[in-house]
Design a protein around this ligand. Structure first.
Ligand SMILES: Cc1cc2nc3c(=O)[nH]c(=O)nc-3n(C[C@H](O)[C@H](O)[C@H](O)COP(=O)(O)OP(=O)(O)OC[C@H]3O[C@@H](n4cnc5c(N)ncnc54)[C@H](O)[C@@H]3O)c2cc1C
Length: 192
């Protein structure tokens, strides 16, 4: 029997699988992405869209730091509007205990080369007018950003000839360009 072949088969069309497929196809591998439902039909279209380094577990910090330059170049690379904005992330401290927790995390950020800093009440209030008297300070990371996760198709179907997820090829395409992965939607992968 003539079985279909590929260099790599990726299971799951969320952001992890789509990003992996994009990278593998871009590296010249014959890539197949298999999704049991729809591209970005699960968590990847239901999140808040933050590319957040701030407050992360130390083990996650190198990965999160590395993702920011990737996000910065993704819209031109994909030719898609992903709603990327890099306006920083601010967590307010409603108590001295929370502020102390922010300060205790700061050396982890510094060690990872992340630009987080603890803001005094005055500086936090200057950044966010209206919070005077209600906060004890803040943790602020200027380089954090966000995209609009709901740009992904989620519960909707992709329009013919186009995949709004941006990182995946159209489900209708049978002749993907060299740099695109082949996509199979509605196909669960099962162990035999
Ligand atoms: C409410 C909420 C808010 C969040 N906010 C943020 C945020 O602000 N920032 C952030 O970084 N993260 C956030 N997250 C987490 C983020 O959404 C997830 O970490 C991310 O979407 C996971 O992506 P994924 O590709 O690993 O998984 P998924 O998006 O779940 O994709 C996995 C895919 O695999 C498919 N699949 C599973 N089994 C099979 C199979 N056998 N065969 C074929 N396909 C299969 C599924 O159908 C699914 O489409 C949030 C999550 C939630 C729920």
């Amino acid at each position: 029997m003539n079985r279909p072949r590929a260099d790599i088969v990726i299971m799951g069309g969320g952001i992890t699988g789509c990003a992996a497929a994009h990278a593998c196809a871009g590296a010249g591998m014959d890539t197949v992405l298999v999704e049991k439902g729809r591209i970005a039909g699960e968590q990847s279209s239901r999140n808040l869209g933050f590319a957040r380094q701030q407050g992360r577990d130390p083990f996650e910090l190198p990965l999160m730091r590395a993702c920011i330059p990737l996000w910065q170049g993704l819209e031109p690379e994909l030719g898609a509007d992903l709603g990327w904005r890099q306006r920083g992330n601010t967590a307010l401290a409603g108590s001295e205990t929370t502020l102390a927790r922010f300060a205790a995390w700061l050396p982890e950020a510094e060690a990872a080369g992340i630009d987080s800093r603890v803001l005094s009440v005055t500086k936090a209030a200057a950044l966010l007018p209206g919070f005077e008297g209600r906060i004890h300070g803040a943790l602020y990371t200027p380089s954090d950003g966000s995209g609009r996760a709901r740009l992904c198709p989620g519960r909707r179907r992709c329009p013919p000839g186009r995949c709004r997820a941006g990182t995946a090829p159209s489900p209708e395409r049978t002749d993907p360009p060299d740099e695109a992965a082949r996509l199979r939607q509605g196909v669960p992968l099962r162990a035999r």
